[in-house]
Structures are given as C-alpha cells and as structure tokens.
Design a protein around this ligand. Structure first.
Ligand SMILES: Cc1cc2nc3c(=O)[nH]c(=O)nc-3n(C[C@H](O)[C@H](O)[C@H](O)COP(=O)(O)OP(=O)(O)OC[C@H]3O[C@@H](n4cnc5c(N)ncnc54)[C@H](O)[C@@H]3O)c2cc1C
Length: 494
C-alpha cells in the first residue's frame, strides 16, 4: 500500500512558467506525483490502480460527491434505489460485476427485452408476441428482421456511411422491426436515428465482447453506493468541490489550477502527470483551459465524436392501474424520444415509479423547460403511447438530473456520428508526452464506450500508462511548502 501521507505544500519558485499568476488572495499549492481529474468511474478506477501500486496521487472533483454520471436517488421511493444517471449493468461478464461483488453488493437481471412493450397506434405488444401473426406491422417477419437480419447488416455493412434513419429508409423494414432497431441502435446512444452513423457503431459492435442490449442487470444498492464503497480506502485523497479551470502541461510536469466553484479559493496542484477524465461534453464546451492548447488531431477528435443528450425523469405515481392492466412490464416505447421504464419490475411491495428516459434533441429541448412543463410534456407522450382509458394516476413526486445542462457533464454519453470511426476515440485517448493522460468513456475504442465498464477500462488503461511513464521517469514533482501571496497579473478569468 501507499506511503502517501497527504499532499505537500510549496512556496512557488520564482518565474516557474507552469504556475498561475494572480493579483492578491491566497494561492495554496500542493505537490504530488499524479493528479486524477474527475471522480467518475474512470477516475476512480485509475485511483484504485494507483493506490494498489503505491503511487502518490490526488483526485480533483468539481462535484460534492464521487460517481460522476452514475448517481442514485435513495429518497424518492423508499426501498427502491432509483438510478438517475447510469441505469444498468450492460453485459454478463463485464468488469462492473467484479466491482460489485468485491464491494459486497448484488445485482438482479433486468428483464428489459422479455418484458418490453412496443406501442403502435396505442396498442401494446410484448416482444415475444412480435413473432405472432395478428399484430400489423409486427409479426414474425418484423421480429426476425429487427432482432437478427438488420442488426447483422448493421454490423457487417461496408458501403458508404449512412445515418441510421437513411439506412432504415433504404431497407424499408416492417414498422416493428424499425422500432427494435431504433431502440437498440439509436435510443440507447441517447441520439436521434438521423444523428448516428452505421459504420462507426457497426465497427464498435464487432469489437465489443458481448452483444449489446440483451443481458442487463440492475444494481440492488445503487451505483452511488458502489462508488462510495469502492473509493473508501483512499477517500482522504479525493478533493471534492474542486473545479479544474486550467491544465498547464510540459513534457514531464503538469500544473492544475482549480477553484471551489465560487472562486473564493484557488488551489494549484503540481504533479509529474495528470489524468484527464472529463466527459466529452466538458471538453467540447472548452470550459477547462489547456496550456498549450491541445494538438489539432485531439481537438478534431473532440469535435468529431458526438455527445448524446439524455436524462431519466423519475415519476412516483399514485392511483395508477398500469401494472394491473398491462402486467409486470419493464418498458413501454412508442418510437418517440422517451422510453418509459418501470424500475420496480419483478419486485413486490415497492412504490410504483415510472422512469422516463428522454434522449436526443428532445432531451436537450425539454431540459430547458420548467419542471412542471417537463413533467407535463413527458406525461402527454406517455399517455399517447398507452391504450385509451389507461390510468397513469397522479405524480406524487419527481426526481431528475438534467445531464444536458449539468456543467460537469454537458450531456449524457458519446456516440459515433456519420463518417466517424472508433479510431477517433483512440486519438482522444492518446497521451501527450509523458505528463498528460486521457481516460473516460469517450476514450474507449473497443466497443464499450458510453458504459460504466467501458469507463472503468479506460481508467485502468490510463493508470498503466502513467505508471510506465513514472517508471521510465524523470524525478517526481517538487515537494514544496507554503501559501503564496501573489501580486503580479490579473486573475485568469474562466
Ligand atoms: C442518463 C444516463 C444513463 C446511462 N445509462 C447507463 C447504463 O445503463 N449503463 C452503463 O453502463 N452506463 C450508462 N451510462 C453511461 C455511464 O454513466 C458513463 O459511461 C460513465 O459514468 C462515465 O464515467 P466517466 O468516468 O467517463 O465520466 P464521469 O462519470 O462523467 O466522470 C467525470 C468526472 O469529471 C468531473 N468533472 C467535470 N468537469 C470537471 C472540472 N472542470 N473540474 C473537476 N471535475 C470535473 C465530473 O463531475 C465527473 O465526476 C449512462 C449515462 C447517463 C447520463
């Protein structure tokens, strides 16, 4: 285990070009070997690996909690933790299962596809029934095309890249097939079908270890609890409420300028290396300064890889007859911007909650509405998907995290639009010199981006890269002490 005993403080050496200049006010300096920027799944995975290897590090996180885009609401429906960020564990063999087991937690299979209801003209149809005759637009042909033929063609397509909607227009499958494909190949990417490409995502599906969307699990205790437990051993090294404003990097040293969000205090971290794990949305927004600016190929990757929009609005219902009328369903979808999930599927004596997962342009637009308008727009969409006379009931309480407007996410997760392949993710992931490393779901290029397990894999990758650099390495950052009063240039506005 590490011999780390907290950060050392230093008096700024005169004329160090890596340090910020500032008029008045206290500037606290810290020195360590590695700074990990962001405490989401990738940052925490990186921290775990460095902790196990005995490397000195600190994690700088803008929010007042760990977990990033994984966030659980424990209050809205007692006994039923509700995920308002990452919803499920995708896949049977992914690393998240080991993380969960080691944290003493459990999962349960989430019967998304078995208990999904597709809606057409306000008529609901279970997925297995898609194979039966008598459902116009569905039926065996639609089921086979949606679940097998079209996904296979998407995976193996080698022609010029098209958007998913152009591909589906060209193939003209039955409506039921189109709905299955749009759900698994666009909606889950938090994008509209005309935004997503087919070549890039097809290549990612070929690279992925497991077929996406068919084996899903729900974490009983919630993702927030998982990340709290995993980060406990090194929680003393996580600086919450620490927003990174600027990263000044040289071949073998990094200085990271932070504030507390309100700019009441400024801390500067000097390290041998930094691992950037910010969401792609944050990199696109340019809200963190890189000095020198990132090289053009990396900036181009940031522009070209797309960032989906989405949020899960949790609606606790009273007086609803949905379960009595339609059985213990997991999901209803009518092809609009929202899938309506029941997080309590398969469970008894838990509050009735519908989780409305809205994606794409509609998510960005609805995120700008007032809370009431957003709930009304969502309920209107839900009621149009249900057979006439279904009683949704009253909304007793709601909970949501509007990721499109969240300054530390700026959206949901990444996807590949038309003309962009997974190699762009590799460019985004590439280290700069031996001091600046990149992790985060958008940097995953083996077909596991946009997931918790993909993010974990990138954090582990960055930890190996950093350790290799430290081993090759130049001397660790100065160990220095002090609080600097600086009176030179105006504060850097950000
Ligand atoms: C609505 C939604 C549903 C999802 N559903 C699933 C799912 O079902 N299954 C699944 O596997 N995945 C799902 N995901 C994706 C999954 O949540 C992400 O892939 C994963 O959490 C990303 O981890 P990360 O470490 O790359 O990024 P993050 O978790 O975003 O971590 C980055 C960290 O950087 C911090 N940060 C940002 N800017 C600054 C700054 N300036 N200074 C300091 N810190 C900063 C952020 O606060 C954050 O904590 C979902 C995501 C969303 C939003």
């Amino acid at each position: 285990m590490s011999s780390f005993s907290g950060s050392a403080h230093s008096r700024r050496p005169p004329g160090n070009p890596l340090l910020p200049r500032r008029v008045g006010g206290a500037l606290t300096e810290h020195s360590t070997d590695v700074v990990i920027l962001g405490a989401g799944a990738s940052g925490l995975a990186c921290a775990e690996a460095l902790y196990a290897a005995g490397v000195r590090f600190e994690v700088l996180e803008a929010r007042d909690r760990v977990g990033g885009r994984a966030l659980t609401d424990y209050a809205l429906a007692p006994g039923l933790p509700l995920e308002i960020g990452a919803q499920m564990v995708h896949g049977r063999h992914v690393v998240t299962h080991r993380w969960i087991r080691e944290a003493g937690m459990t999962v349960r299979p989430w019967p998304v596809s078995q208990r999904a209801l597709f809606s057409m003209n306000r008529r609901l149809c279970r997925v297995p029934w898609l194979a039966l005759p008598g459902y116009p637009g569905f039926g065996f042909r639609a089921y086979w095309a949606g679940a097998h033929t079209l996904p296979h063609r998407l995976r193996t397509s080698s022609g010029p890249d098209l958007s998913l909607s152009d591909f589906l227009d060209r193939e003209a499958p039955p409506v039921g097939a189109r709905r299955i494909v749009e759900l698994l190949h666009a909606h889950v990417y938090a994008a509209d079908p005309d935004e997503i490409g087919i070549q890039g995502p097809g290549e990612e599906e070929r690279r992925a270890a497991e077929e996406f969307g068919y084996r899903n699990f729900r974490l009983d205790g919630g993702y927030s609890e998982l990340f709290r437990r995993r980060s406990r051993p090194y929680q003393g090294r996580i600086r919450l409420g620490t927003r990174v404003r600027a990263i000044r990097y040289r071949e073998d040293a990094v200085t990271v300028e932070t504030d507390d969000g309100a700019r009441l205090s400024t801390d500067v971290y000097r390290a041998r290396a930094a691992v950037v794990t910010f969401p792609l949305g944050v990199l696109k927004a340019g809200s963190v300064e890189f000095d020198p600016p990132l090289p053009e190929p990396k900036q181009s990757a940031i522009r070209r890889i797309a960032f989906g929009q989405g949020y899960a609005l949790q609606l606790r219902l009273s007086g609803t007859d949905l379960k009595d009328r339609f059985g213990d369903f997991s999901l209803v979808w009518a092809g609009g911007p929202t899938t309506f999930h029941r997080p309590g599927v398969g469970r008894h004596n838990v509050p009735e909650v519908v989780s409305a997962f809205t994606v794409g342009r509609a998510a960005a637009a609805r995120a700008r509405l007032s809370p009431d308008e957003r709930v009304q727009a969502t309920l209107a969409e839900f009621s149009e998907a249900l057979p006439a006379g279904a009683t949704i009931g009253q909304v007793a309480a709601t909970s949501v995290q509007l990721w499109p407007q969240d300054p530390f996410a700026q959206g949901a997760y990444s996807f590949l639009p038309v003309g962009v392949g997974p190699e762009e993710r590799q460019v985004l992931a590439a280290p700069l010199g031996t001091s600046l490393f990149f992790a985060g779901e958008a940097t995953e290029w083996h077909g596991e981006s946009a997931t918790i397990h993909g993010a974990i894999a990138t954090g582990l990758r960055a930890a190996s890269e950093v350790q290799a650099a430290l081993r090759r390495g130049t001397a660790p950052a100065d160990t220095a002490v002090g609080t600097v009063e600086s009176r030179s240039e105006p504060d850097r506005a950000k």
